[in-house]
Design a protein around this ligand. Sequence first.
Ligand code: GLV
Ligand code: MN
Ligand code: MN
Length: 412
Amino acid sequence: MNLQINIARLQREINELALISENRPPVVTRILFSEADLRGREFVKNLCREANLVLREDAVGNIFARWEGADKKLPAAATGSHIDAIPNAGKFDGTVGVLGAIEAVRALKRSGFQPRCSIELIVFTSEEPTRFGIGCLGSRLLSGVLPSKKAASLKDAAGKNLEQWLKEAGCHGTLNSVRLRENVYSAFIELHIEQGTVLEKERIFIGVVEKIAAPSTLRMRLAGVGGHAGAVLMPERHDAGLAGAEISLAVERAALTSGSADTVGTTGVFRIEPGAVNSVPCGARLEIDLRDTQVATRDAALRQIEKAAQAICQRRGVKLEIERLNVDPPAICDPALVKTVSEICRAHRISFKKMISRAYHDSLFMARICPTTMIFIPCFKGYSHRPDEFSSPGQIARGVRLLAETLAVTSG
Ligand code: GLV
Ligand code: MN
Ligand code: MN
């Protein structure tokens, strides 16, 4: 296939989207339904309109942009990713899979290709967990993994629930309408930066994802006893901050001693109340991210963390509430789709490697409802979730071309 990728245009679009941020460049922050996120969504929708794609949005704000195939009754070949960004992020996570997919479609159109089944781009709502503590909100609902009732009850740190946010964002419909019926898609292929160092270290151009690691998230609320930092003597204290600090160390210990080198544990949210230098912390809220490629070692570490937290809080006279926000199995990608992508790489003599994704993606949930794989491109030193995240134009163009060819094969 003779596909011309307009990498200059795509690069410009990536840079433009990066400027739509809650922070000054190079920092990208686009928390779900923030003003920046809403503007980002408009930016992407406009590009889809320009590419003559048919747009629709569901009740949770997932955006679908469709290039109608010759046979509209056939299941569509889908691609996509996310544009929301965690605080202090870079410009490539998710956006390469969204803007890159639009360029893949434009390139296919320019080449004269006509899809037999439709090609659909999905921009998923809230792949990042920042607002509600749970990632992949849109794809969890699409795949039926998250019941709509449970989704409706999700609250952000300020107590505002998802339904209120959706109303303000102009989303219509009921959450139980989001779930897709069976066989809507024949395939889902997500293009993404690797967010690790494997490809760069091994000087390999492409990663073809065979498995996505199993994520889980715990939220802990600690209630201690506050007081004056000068007046309350040390033996009298029930310091929620110190209990939280000990729990964070227990998370590290559980990950290090799980028996699996793939267990990773992070206390990424740690907020203390009231947050005044001369006040003993009366409350703490922790959000803990624990992952592994194997469920057994992940779950054992999860139980160890919960047990340790209970013992720490009991010893310190601090009340503890634990909520399991999500405990997900890993996803196994579709062997036939992995083979298709691998064969295209071979045909073009592009070096590739079958690999595991340690990060989670909407593909984790799309894999439940259709054959799924991911195309990884290298990123500088594996940096991600930080402003200096970087993939070169050449790396991006290679990924987009591969995505376009894979879409052509799966939709042709
Ligand atoms: C996705 O952003 C993840 O945290 O893996
Ligand atoms: Mn991310
Ligand atoms: Mn991502």
